[in-house]
Design a protein around this ligand. Structure first.
Ligand code: HEM
Ligand SMILES: *[C@@H]1O[C@H](CO)[C@@H](O)[C@H](O)[C@H]1NC(C)=O
Ligand SMILES: *[C@@H]1O[C@H](CO)[C@@H](O)[C@H](O)[C@H]1NC(C)=O
Ligand SMILES: *[C@@H]1O[C@H](CO)[C@@H](O)[C@H](O)[C@H]1NC(C)=O
Length: 356
């Protein structure tokens, strides 16, 4: 009896202690949460992280991601090339001035007028999705998030598996062609690594993201030098498989600047439209098209990562994670930026508040 009581007492005592510890922890957590809110508000450097499913319950009980997906899917079924365009659009948006849809803004000297835009496509897909979303819930979904969601869908539709996309971005209002400092396809690995480091993206993630070249095309103008006069040697790039040099010389004659034949970035032609690791296998065989792609396989900074991606089966999962990181570069959140009404234009100032 004694034993029972004391042990029963002991039990409830412990339980009480536990409850007290828990409530103390809850109070402490609440305090630190409140404190961090205060900090954030005071410093104004709110880095409210993006989150998965940011729009849940915010769009008149409509599913924002499903609306984007329906548009991307229809366009993809019509023309699979749209997937590469959307993935590249996402990269170009995020790399210039952060993922803020600045690439979509119209203007005489806005980002999309800069030379690297040349083959960026997918603008119309974003416009169509934005139209549907404005009907579903006006002024709620940012153009920057539509780009990120559409890029995720493009990866999935191309067989790259599904990753959870983060949302909560807001749209920026600055778009200048003069800000476009995208890496050149003729960069070395270390030059490219510097460019990615400036965006907070490390070497391994850079190798993973360049795996985006597992789909899509380029034009002769961007690699013709590698076929005929590499580094002014009068010879082809010695790192390119000689058989590939011969083949590409037929597609890209020396003196014909205006050839429109698209050349697959992934030279495993059976997987031109498929997001998979064959790009890494190809560059290990000297079959990279862009100089930077080939360099990844050879440079001691990246060759081991390339080898492991070529030989392993974890590329898709890791690519998805790297895309999520790319999607967090210099984002605007919370009260920063705006939700554009049209992805082409920044909103008109609300002058009525001041004057009317
Ligand atoms: C050092 C970094 C990079 C360089 C120098 C680079 C360069 C290029 C170039 C020159 C093209 C061909 C464009 C044309 O022919 O007009 C291209 C295409 C493409 N890039 Fe990149 N890129 C880089 C990183 C990325 C990243 C991080 C992604 C996405 C994750 C990406 C996705 C694509 C896609 C999908 C295409 C094909 C576009 C199409 O077929 O429409 N690139 N890239
Ligand atoms: C891309 O840039 C070129 C000039 O470099 C410009 O002529 C073209 O209109 C631009 N494309 C878009 C979609 O703005
Ligand atoms: C290649 O050149 C053609 C014609 O100049 C252009 O329409 C296309 O967008 C370019 N890029 C690719 C990847 O085909
Ligand atoms: C990467 O390059 C280093 C230095 O050249 C070399 O020792 C190593 O074997 C290479 N790794 C692979 C997988 O080729």
């Amino acid at each position: 009896m004694d034993i029972f009581i004391s042990s029963a007492f002991g039990y409830s005592q412990k339980k009480k202690e536990k409850e007290m510890k828990i409530s103390a922890a809850v109070v402490a957590a609440a305090f630190s949460l409140a404190f961090s809110f205060i900090l954030v508000n005071f410093t104004g450097q709110c880095d409210a992280a993006l989150q998965q499913g940011f729009y849940k319950g915010k769009c008149n009980s409509q599913d924002v991601e499903a609306i984007v997906a329906s548009v991307v899917k229809r366009r993809f079924n019509d023309k699979p090339r749209v997937a590469a365009g959307l993935i590249r659009l996402f990269f170009h948006d995020c790399f210039v001035n952060g993922c803020d849809a600045s690439i979509l803004l119209d203007g005489d000297s806005s980002e999309k007028t800069a030379p690297p835009n040349l083959s960026v496509s997918g603008y119309d897909v974003i416009d169509e999705a934005k139209g549907l979303l404005e009907e579903a819930c006006a002024g709620v979904v940012s153009c920057a998030d539509i780009i990120a969601i559409a890029a995720r869908d493009a990866v999935q539709l191309s067989g790259g598996g599904r990753y959870e996309v983060q949302t909560g971005r807001r749209d920026g209002s600055v778009s200048l062609a003069s800000n476009v400092d995208l890496p050149s396809p003729r960069f070395s690995v270390s030059q490219s690594a510097d460019a990615f480091a400036k965006k907070g993206i490390g070497l391994t993630d850079m190798v993973l993201l360049l795996g985006g070249h597992t789909i899509g095309f380029t034009n002769c103008s961007l690699f013709r030098d590698r076929l005929y006069n590499f580094d002014n040697t009068g010879k082809p790039d010695p790192t390119m498989d000689p058989l590939l040099v011969m083949k590409l010389r037929l597609i890209c004659p020396r003196n014909s600047p205006a050839d429109r034949t698209p050349v697959s970035l992934d030279q495993n032609l059976a997987s031109t439209f498929i997001v998979d690791n064959s790009f890494y296998k190809q560059i290990r065989l000297g079959r990279g098209i862009l100089q930077i792609d080939q360099a990844l396989a050879l440079d001691p900074l990246t060759n081991n990562t390339v080898a492991s991606l070529a030989n392993g089966n974890d590329f898709l999962a890791r690519f998805g994670q790297a895309m999520v990181k790319l999607g967090a570069v210099d984002v605007l959140t919370d009260s920063q930026g705006e939700i554009r009404e049209s992805c082409h234009l920044k909103n008109k100032p609300r002058s009525t508040l001041l004057f009317g």
